[in-house]
Design a protein around this ligand. Structure first.
Ligand code: 8GT
Length: 140
C-alpha cells in the first residue's frame, strides 16, 4: 500500500502577517502573475530560513516585501495545507505597523479590508482557515 503523494512531501514552514491598522482593517496582498499561486491573495510573509525563528522571519519578510517595520502582537494557530505540488505549514502572527509607508516589491496589489469583507477575496487555500481563526479572535 502506498501513501498519497501529499503525505510524502516535505512540509515547508512559512510565516505570515495579519497586519491590522489602527481602524481595525486587515492587510491582504495579491501574488503577481510571475509567482506561484498566481493572482491569489495571501497574508504577506515567506519561507522560514534555516535557523531563523518564525518571528524573525516575519519581520524580515515584511521589510523586504512591503518596506515597512512591524511589531508582533500575538500568534494564531498554525495551518498545514497540502497543495498539488507542495505542502506548507503557515504560521500566522497578528501584527501592526511601527514605521513606514507600504511599497510593494513583489506583490501586484494590496488592500485594507474590513473584517466583514475578509473572506470575500480569492485567497490562497491555506489562508482561508487563517482568516477564519483571526475572525474568531474578534468574536471573543
Ligand atoms: N507568504 C505567504 N505564502 C503563502 C501564504 N499562503 C500560501 O499558501 N503561501 C505559499 O507559501 C509559499 C511561501 O513562500 P514565499 O512567500 O517565500 O514564496 P515565493 O514566491 O518566494 O516562493 P516560490 O518560489 O515557491 O513561489 C509560497 O509557495 C506561497 O504560495 C501566505 O499567506 N503568505
Amino acid at each position: 500500500m502506498s501513501l498519497p503523494k501529499s503525505k510524502l512531501q516535505k512540509i515547508i514552514p512559512v510565516s505570515c502577517a495579519i497586519i491590522v491598522s489602527e481602524d481595525s482593517k486587515i492587510l491582504a496582498t495579491q501574488r503577481s502573475s510571475r509567482m506561484s499561486l498566481s493572482l491569489k491573495w495571501e497574508f504577506p510573509g515567506g519561507k522560514i530560513e534555516r535557523e531563523e525563528s518564525p518571528e524573525r522571519t516575519i519581520v524580515r519578510e515584511i521589510k523586504e516585501e512591503l518596506h515597512i517595520e512591524i511589531s508582533i502582537n500575538s500568534q494564531l494557530p498554525s495551518v498545514t495545507h497540502h497543495y498539488e505540488n507542495f505542502s506548507i505549514i503557515l504560521i500566522p502572527f497578528i501584527c501592526k505597523i511601527e514605521h513606514g509607508e507600504i511599497k510593494l516589491t513583489e506583490h501586484q496589489a494590496f488592500r485594507w479590508l474590513n473584517p466583514n469583507k475578509l473572506l470575500d477575496l480569492d485567497w490562497a487555500e491555506a489562508d482561508i482557515p487563517v482568516a477564519q481563526h483571526y475572525l474568531q479572535t474578534l468574536n471573543k
